[in-house]
Design a protein around this ligand. Structure first.
Ligand code: NI
Length: 177
């Protein structure tokens, strides 16, 4: 396994559409292993392949409650319910957060490393993360959906009375990739 460099906003790769994966081989396994290692090193909840410069429809996520690490190959949202609005961050836009509305609950269909299909239902933070990661596969960054633009985590923290809220935001923003 090896750490991969996370591309930052401004790199044109992050704005490109990823391709469907058809090879469920050792190379794909290595990419996924590297993505897990990179996500953990960066303290993220999720990471999408384009963020490490690979335009393939793959993302990884570490579900908080289930404490379960999962790789999603060729993922598609097949259902969504409700709405949640909250702070979100991205490893490709370090030090920033924004307020984004997402479905409260989603169902995702994907393939595993053997090519077998599976489906999962997530709510709350994990649902937010799945939507955020699938957006990456279409070249969409959360900046595009943030209400009122993006804010600096550090500036907020220095504002005194707002500091407590900022910490909460920092935690949740850091938790998404
Ligand atoms: Ni992201």
């Amino acid at each position: 396994m090896a750490l991969r460099k996370v591309l930052l906003e401004g790199d044109s790769t992050l704005r490109k559409k990823s391709r469907e994966v058809s090879d469920f081989d050792q190379r794909t396994q290595e990419l996924i292993d590297d993505m897990f290692e990179t996500m953990r090193a960066e303290d993220g909840l999720g990471l999408a392949a384009p963020q490490v410069g690979v335009l393939k429809r793959i993302f990884v996520m570490e579900a908080v409650e289930e404490n379960e690490a999962t790789a999603f190959i060729n993922p598609v949202l097949i259902d969504e319910k409700g709405e949640q609005t909250g702070a979100e961050g991205c490893l490709s836009l370090p030090g920033l957060y924004g307020v984004v509305s997402r479905p409260e609950e989603i169902r995702v269909r994907a393939q595993d490393i053997k090519g077998d299909e599976f489906e999962r239902t997530y709510s709350g933070l994990e649902a937010r993360c799945v939507c955020h990661e699938i957006d990456h596969l279409y070249g969409i960054l959360y900046r595009d959906k943030a209400k009122g633009g993006l804010h600096s985590l550090d500036e907020e923290a220095d504002e005194g009375p707002a500091g407590e809220t900022a910490v909460e935001k920092r935690v949740s923003a850091k938790a998404v990739d």
